[in-house]
Ligand binder design. Structure first.
Ligand code: DUC
Ligand code: ZN
Ligand code: ZN
Length: 451
C-alpha cells in the first residue's frame, strides 16, 4: 500500500465512523477498523481529525471571457485555490462558439486546461447555437464524456425560448442533463434602463434590477418546460425563496428537478450592495433578501437543494471599479472556489447541519448527478480524493491566505470554525497546512456518464 491514513473519523453522506483508510495507486483500497502500519510506505496520523471526500465544485468560470475582460483565475490558479479549500474536482463552463460543435468547444477549452489544472476537472458546455447539425452534436458530446450542458436565459450569450426547448428535447433523447441560469432577461433590461435614466447607478441597483421575482419567474418557467418535455433539469445558483418553492413543488410531484445554491447566497444578503465595496459582490443572480437566505438553508436541510457549488468567477478590483458610477459596467462574478467546503464544514461544526449533509451536497450528490463514478465518497475503489479536517482551528478568511490570482475576496474577515489541514488528489498531497504543495498539470480530465 502507498499510504494509510490512520485513526481519523471517516465521514460519508450517511455515516461517521472511526477507521483507517488504505491507498494504493491513487485509489482507496481498504477502509477498516485497523490497518497494519507495516503494510504502507507512508502513514498519516489523523487522530482527532475528520476524513472527508474531496469536494466537487460543479460550477466554475475559469479564464472566462466576460464583461469586457477575462476572469482572473486561469485553470492553474483556480484549481490551485480549489485544492487549498479541499475541492478536488471542478466542473468548468465551456462557452460554445457559434458554428462550433459541442465536442470541439470542449477540445478548444481543454487545450488551456490540460497541463494546467492542479486537481481533476470536467466540463459542462454552455450552449449557444443548435442550428443545423449542431443540435445532434449534444449527443456526440455525451458519448465523449461530457453529458451536461447549460443554457443561459440572460446575457448576450443567452438562448431564446425556442433553443432552450430544443435542447431540453434533445437531452431527453440522449440522456444529457441541462442546467439553467434562470433570470428574466427582458425584465432585467427594462428595469436597468429605468434606473440608469433616473441616475440610479450604484451597485444597489444591480440588485434592484434583478430582484427576487426576476429569478423566481424564470425558475418557474424553466421547470414548467422541463415538466412538459418530460426531462430532468438542474437549476444552477438558485438564490431566491419562491424559485426554491417551485423546486420543492416539482420534486413533490415526482419530477427530477435538481437545485444548486452557492455559499455567497447562504452568507450574504442584498445589503452588501449598499456597502462601499458593494461592486465587489456583484454577481448574477445577486444576493437576495434575508427571507431568501433563510429559505435556502431550510431547503438544504429538507433535501430540496441538492448541491452546493461556487460560480467562481473572480475579477480584479480595478475591473470591478469600471462600474463605480454605472453598475452595468461591473464584471459579474466573485471568488469562492477556496471557500466553499471550509464554509459549509464550518456551518456543520457550529451545529447548523450535520457533517454528513455537507459531504452529501458538496461531494456525493454532484458526483451522482453529473455521473463521475470514481468520485464523491470515501469507499473502496473510489479515487483517493481526501480531505483531512481539523475541527479545532479558528480560521479568519483574508485574501493573503487565499491561493487565487485575485486581489480581493468577498469573504474577507469571515470567521470559520475548523479548517482543512490536508488535501489529497488521487492519493497525492496537494495542500498541506496553509500551503499549496501540488503541481501544475497534475489534474486529469474526468469522463462522466449520467445514468
Ligand atoms: N454569473 C456571474 O456572476 N458570473 C459568471 C456568470 C454568471 O452567470
Ligand atoms: Zn450563471
Ligand atoms: Zn456561473
Amino acid at each position: 500500500m502507498d499510504m494509510i491514513i490512520k485513526n481519523g473519523t471517516v465521514v460519508t453522506a450517511s455515516d461517521m465512523f472511526k477507521a483507517d483508510i488504505g491507498i494504493e495507486n491513487g485509489k482507496i483500497v481498504e477502509i477498516s477498523g485497523k490497518i497494519d502500519e507495516s503494510l504502507a510506505k507512508h502513514v498519516v496520523d489523523a487522530e482527532g481529525k475528520l476524513i472527508l471526500p474531496g469536494a466537487i465544485d460543479a460550477h466554475t468560470h475559469l479564464a472566462m471571457p466576460f464583461g469586457g475582460t477575462i476572469s482572473s483565475d486561469d485553470y492553474y490558479a483556480g484549481t490551485r485555490a480549489a485544492a487549498c479549500g479541499g475541492t478536488t474536482t471542478v466542473f468548468d463552463f465551456v462557452l460554445q462558439d457559434f458554428g462550433e460543435t459541442m465536442v470541439d468547444a470542449v477540445k478548444r477549452r481543454d487545450k488551456l486546461c490540460a497541463g494546467a489544472a492542479a486537481v481533476d476537472y470536467s466540463y459542462h458546455v454552455a450552449v449557444k447555437d443548435v442550428s443545423g447539425e449542431l443540435l445532434d452534436s449534444i449527443e456526440d458530446c455525451v458519448k465523449f464524456g461530457v453529458p451536461s450542458f447549460k443554457v443561459f436565459m440572460v446575457y448576450d450569450f443567452g438562448v431564446t425560448d425556442g433553443v432552450f426547448y430544443k435542447v431540453l428535447k434533445k437531452a431527453k433523447e440522449c440522456g444529457a442533463l441541462i442546467g439553467v441560469h434562470a433570470e428574466n432577461n427582458e425584465i432585467i433590461n427594462t428595469l436597468t434602463s429605468e434606473f440608469l435614466a433616473e441616475g440610479k447607478t450604484s451597485a444597489w441597483y444591480h440588485y434592484m434590477s434583478r430582484p427576487e421575482f426576476v429569478e423566481a419567474e424564470a425558475d418557474t418557467r424553466a421547470i414548467q418546460w422541463a415538466k412538459a418535455v418530460g426531462t430532468k433539469l438542474y437549476i444552477v445558483h438558485l438564490a431566491n425563496k419562491d424559485g426554491l418553492a417551485a423546486v420543492t413543488k416539482a420534486k413533490d410531484e415526482g419530477y427530477e428537478i435538481y437545485a444548486e445554491t452557492c455559499p455567497q447566497y447562504l452568507e450574504f444578503t442584498c445589503d452588501v450592495y449598499k456597502r462601499e465595496d458593494g461592486r465587489n459582490f456583484v454577481c448574477s443572480p445577486p444576493m437576495k433578501g434575508e427571507e431568501s437566505r433563510q429559505a435556502l438553508w431550510e431547503g438544504i436541510k429538507r433535501g430540496d437543494i441538492d448541491t452546493i457549488a461556487t460560480d467562481h468567477c473572480p475579477f480584479q478590483s480595478y475591473e470591478k471599479d469600471w462600474g463605480k458610477d454605472d453598475f452595468t459596467k461591473i464584471p459579474n462574478g466573485c471568488a469562492g472556489i477556496e471557500n466553499m467546503y471550509p464554509y459549509m464544514l464550518s456551518a456543520a461544526n457550529e451545529g447548523k447541519l450535520p457533517f454528513t449533509k455537507v459531504v452529501e451536497i458538496c461531494s456525493t450528490n454532484p458526483a451522482k448527478i453529473f455521473g463521475c463514478k470514481e468520485k464523491g465518497s470515501l469507499a473502496i475503489g473510489k479515487d483517493a480524493d481526501i480531505v483531512i479536517y481539523d475541527k479545532n482551528i479558528d480560521f479568519t478568511i483574508t485574501n493573503d491566505k487565499m491561493h487565487s490570482d485575485c486581489d480581493h475576496t468577498i469573504w474577507e474577515g469571515i470567521k470559520l470554525k475548523g479548517y482543512p489541514v490536508q488535501t489529497y488528489s488521487r492519493g497525492r498531497l496537494v495542500y498541506d497546512n496553509g500551503k499549496f504543495v501540488g503541481e501544475k498539470g497534475w489534474g486529469s480530465f474526468v469522463k462522466c456518464k449520467i445514468d
